[in-house]
Design a binder for this molecule. Sequence first.
Ligand code: PMP
Ligand code: GLU
Length: 377
Amino acid sequence: MRSLSSKLAAIAPSATIEITDKARRMQAAGIDVISLSIGEPDFPTPAHITDACIGALNRGETHYAPGRGIPALLSAIADKIETENGFPCTSDQVIVTCGAKDAIYEACEAVLNPGDEAIILDPSWVSYEPCIQIAGGTPVHHPLHKKTFQVEDSLLEAVNDKTRMIIVNSPSNPSGSVLNRESLRLISDICQDHDLIALSDEIYEKLVYGQIHFSPAMFPGMADRTITINGFSKAYAMTGWRLGYAVAPKEILGYMNKVQQHTISHPTTFAMYGGVAALKGSQQCIGEMRCEFERRREFVLNRLMDMGLGYAPADGAFYAYIKIEGDDAIIANRWLEEAHVAVTPGVAFNTPGWLRLSYAASMDTLAKAMDRISQIV
Ligand code: PMP
Ligand code: GLU
């Protein structure tokens, strides 16, 4: 057989999914592995959301829907953006996708030409680089400040004539850090001075502890050049629903819609009714989950401190990004094989020398994991 796609040969599998699959295989073989390697809320999806989906299923909402999503969800998202994120948005600027990941991929396809560069701020989530590469673009990595994890003036050095896009992710996966107003102002200035697009992945916006989340599109002049990505996975514990969305200027959105029409058509019809209930129903569930994450965060960070382990500013999301001495891939493997705790090595996020631990697990599980880790470090 002739060789397959050289583009895909060059792309690594998703480390978060691979490691978690390995942990699952070990569990299936009877080994008591604690999996803290994937970012997934352990809470059930709130009942009013599942009820809305079941209602839609029972009503027969089992057929094709409009390509960008059902009108009720498009307008619920536009309302949410205007009231919570502080920039103008109409329904025709919204596309509902199969998770935020799909929206990121569609955005890369819509914007990038071969040779176009897209800047990724490291540490960065595993799928940005592959989405850029699959779309034919060239990823360019630039580090955030090593201690504060904020944007520095040196970002300008990464910009050249080929630069087309900057990916922003705050709160960050994997570091948990939250970009402050100054960092976002710098990004906004650079985007406007150099005619760049900002792709802002705000999937963790609801999980912020003692900081404020800012959307890049709310900065003057930015709404016209920002693709805002969000979804239901993290805020509403809906990872398996595969429901996300993007808000973008109409021209970009039209191109994203072409990708959608020719690939997935649209997300699952009855799942979208759950999305409407999530946005239009009581938001109390988010507050409750956020409170519980905050309690776990404090517990995990204290235990890490007791062990003498340092970590990145954990002001958001549900990750502790732990600084370690030595090869992170080898250490993560040792933690898995010997302590039976699965975490993700920093090399997966373009920052060797770190381990990402997800504290989206019950207190009992976290306590057991921290005991095991303290014995091995
Ligand atoms: N962006 C980031 C930073 C994430 O951590 C995730 C989690 N998988 C996603 C996007 C994709 O989320 P979704 O489940 O909505 O595809
Ligand atoms: N975002 C989660 C993580 O980073 C889910 C897995 C994935 O999609 O990469 O663990």
